[in-house]
Design a protein around this ligand. Structure first.
Ligand code: BDR
Ligand code: CA
Length: 317
């Protein structure tokens, strides 16, 4: 079983990432930590507890950073609504947050397990992860891998150049991409292939029950904002791709790259500058080493199967 800590800002696609991690028999979800991103820290934390309540998930959930390291805080209300998870009915949380700060819960959890066995999946701005690197540097060598939903090697969504999670906290993202650990970057180029298609909707509808209903309501609201704002026919389930890759590494292929985050550009701050090291025609030589596996092509059928299996598992549990 692959052990996961999920650092997130739920968020519609974060909610699906939580359900996938909790519902997959291949993964043990050890803890959930929250970070300000799609909405304020207070709102995304309440949403994380609500998602757990809907699906009967009981793992420690703790709050982390309420703002980025340098940037003023910004949220994605146009995409995720006033609550950060508009659409589904959110139940009163059935349990309380863990009193530890997210960086401490992350470190405690990693250090409580054998070295190289815990994967840190980050699906919000990277503030908590960067802070955990500073406060508990001993975790850097202990983590198996950091899987990040963020960035793009083509174009952004928060600005033409920058993807939202990186744009919100570029300094934190640069620290995480430059850390001496293995990172997988699951950027928009990959996640825009992970659409909640009509067929996937129908498969989840067929399962029935409250988790299935919740997922369909999540996709309905997310689909409407993605249609209005970006013109998408179906919503991309960005964050679930990171969890899917831990469950089944063949769900997408990757290429090795050296990744820097642009911190100074007038029009490009928060852009992930991706130098593919094994593609001579695309290698420009930023002068440093390969550290990051960048996701390229999704196997949508495999991805959809994992989501359906997780919803079915949570429904029968
Ligand atoms: C990312 O931004 C957030 O709005 C989503 O939850 C996802 O993590 C996509 O750019
Ligand atoms: Ca997210």
């Amino acid at each position: 079983m692959e052990k996961i800590i999920l650092d997130c800002d739920p968020g519609h696609d974060d909610a699906i990432a939580i359900l996938l991690a909790a519902g997959s028999p291949a993964v043990e979800l050890l803890a959930i930590t929250t970070v300000a991103g799609n909405q304020t820290l207070e709102k995304v934390t309440r949403n994380a507890l609500a998602v757990c309540t809907v699906a009967g998930i009981r793992v420690p959930v703790s709050r982390g950073a309420d703002r980025p390291l340098v940037e003023p805080q910004r949220v994605a209300e146009d995409i995720h609504g006033d609550s950060g998870l508009d659409g589904p009915v959110l139940p009163q949380p059935a349990f309380e947050v863990d009193p530890r700060h997210a960086v401490d819960l992350i470190a405690d959890t990693i250090l409580a397990h054998e070295p190289g066995t815990v994967t840190l999946v980050a699906t919000g701005p990277l503030t908590n992860v960067a802070l955990a690197m500073r406060v508990h540097p001993e975790i850097i060598d202990r983590v198996k891998r950091v899987v990040v939903m963020g960035g793009a090697y083509t174009r952004g969504n928060a600005t033409p150049a920058a993807e939202f999670n990186i744009a919100v906290d570029p300094e934190a993202a640069e620290d995480v991409f430059r850390g001496s650990w293995d990172v997988t970057m699951v950027g928009l180029d990959l996640t825009h292939q992970a659409l909640a298609t009509d067929e996937l909707n129908e498969r989840v509808r067929t399962i029935g029950g409250p988790v299935s209903r919740f997922v369909l309501d999540v996709w309905e609201f997310f689909g409407s904002t993605y249609h209005e704002v970006f013109g998408f026919a179906h919503p991309p389930i960005h964050d679930a791709c990171c969890v899917a890759a831990v469950i089944d590494p063949a769900v997408f292929n990757t290429a090795k790259a050296d990744v820097h985050v642009e911190l100074r550009g007038t029009w490009t701050r928060g852009m992930t500058v991706v130098d593919f090291v094994d593609v001579p025609a695309m290698r420009h030589g930023t002068g440093s080493e390969y550290r990051v596996d960048v996701a390229l092509q999704l196997d949508h059928g495999r991805f959809a199967d994992l989501v359906v299996e997780a919803v079915a598992q949570l429904t029968s549990a």
